[in-house]
Design a binder for this molecule. Structure first.
Ligand SMILES: NC(=O)c1ccc[n+]([C@@H]2O[C@H](COP(=O)([O-])OP(=O)(O)OC[C@H]3O[C@@H](n4cnc5c(N)ncnc54)[C@H](OP(=O)(O)O)[C@@H]3O)[C@@H](O)[C@H]2O)c1
Length: 300
């Protein structure tokens, strides 16, 4: 087993986790992606057992409680997955001198800043999900000095549920969709996040002095949810898929249990400088996802 480089990927069935498994890794790298039943992040016993059977060279924690609205009424469960889980992984990795990469979120910010957020801007989550993810960031950073926290936002892929797939599903029945246009963010491909995580993991494995700390990774450019929906339908219609007109509405007309930050835009200079990762524009990334769904015969 020792001639291979073993990497533990949690959340392997999620959007980002699936793309990590689909990515091309160098020869000799073996990804281990146990299901939630095999490795429950909230169980110290479960995590210990995983580390006892395999000498991991790195851990990428892409598992999380991602149900933002449900977190408001199930805070204990959200904190267990998003804060206790990273704390347990940080303990297990630090004890073995192994790097930990913790995926986090724009929701650690309150969204009141007028400009895009840098890594060192003050945090201030406005919901339980964001608070639980912030606790996870702190646990990873304090628990393992060889950790990277990678914040991302507005994650899209051809898998699981996300905004892009919801828009296409709704457009099958409705000619006009009312979509929030007063929240700004950076739509981001799960595949591109996986590539960034791969680059960071391989560098951290190869170089004990590799940079640590908090990084932002989102695709380039910015959009409101309504802008994103319009681009999704433009691309979908161009490949003979569904189309709907998009009517922009304020968030006040689409009440949800959890408030969302008005500004979710993240700066990515630091990851460019330290890891030479330069995100492509979000429209290119969305076009690839629509093309993937079209190739699958899905309703794009
Ligand atoms: N989605 C977004 O828009 C977004 C935005 C910003 C940041 N992020 C962050 O990006 C990361 C990846 O998100 P994603 O969209 O890929 O998430 P996702 O599709 O919802 O997948 C999450 C994965 O975590 C697993 N999981 C949840 N609780 C677990 C536990 N206790 N033990 C083990 N596994 C558990 C889930 O297992 P099951 O398959 O059994 O459900 C699932 O495979 C997360 O850290 C998330 O906070 C996401």
């Amino acid at each position: 087993m020792t001639d291979k480089t073993h990497i533990l990927v949690t959340g392997g069935a999620g959007q980002v986790g699936l793309e990590l498994l689909r990515a091309a890794w160098p020869d000799g790298v073996v990804l281990h992606a146990p299901s939630r039943a095999e490795l429950d992040l909230t169980s110290a016993t479960s995590i210990r057992a995983a580390f006892e059977t395999t000498p991991f060279a790195a851990v990428i924690n892409s598992a999380a409680w991602t149900a933002v609205d449900k977190a408001e009424s199930e805070a204990a469960a959200a904190f267990a997955a998003n804060a206790l889980g990273p704390a347990l992984l940080a303990d297990a990795t630090r004890a073995r001198g192994v790097p930990l990469i913790q995926v986090s979120t724009d929701y650690v910010f309150d969204g009141e800043k007028a400009e895009p957020y840098g890594e060192d801007d003050p945090v201030g989550p406005i919901g339980i999900y964001g608070a639980s993810k912030l606790a996870g960031e702190t646990a990873a950073r304090l628990g393992n000095p060889r950790s990277v926290v990678l914040r991302t936002a507005w994650v899209l892929s051809a898998h699981r549920s996300n905004f892009l797939k919801t828009m296409l599903r709704l457009a099958a029945d409705r000619p006009i969709l009312r979509v929030v246009d007063d929240q700004q963010g950076c739509p981001t491909s799960a595949r591109d996040i996986a590539e960034a995580l791969k680059t960071i993991a391989l560098r951290m494995i190869a170089d004990p002095q590799a940079p640590t700390g908090v990084y932002h990774f989102v695709n380039g450019g910015e959009a409101s949810w309504a802008d994103l929906a319009r681009e999704i339908f433009r691309l979908s219609a161009a490949s003979e898929g569904v189309h709907a007109e998009v009517e922009g509405i304020p968030s006040s007309e689409y009440p949800t249990p959890a408030r969302r930050p008005r500004n979710s835009r993240l700066l990515t200079n630091r990851i460019g400088a330290d890891y030479a990762i330069h995100p492509r524009p979000w429209k290119e990334a969305v076009a690839d996802i629509i093309a993937e769904l079209t190739a699958q015969g899905a309703p794009a």
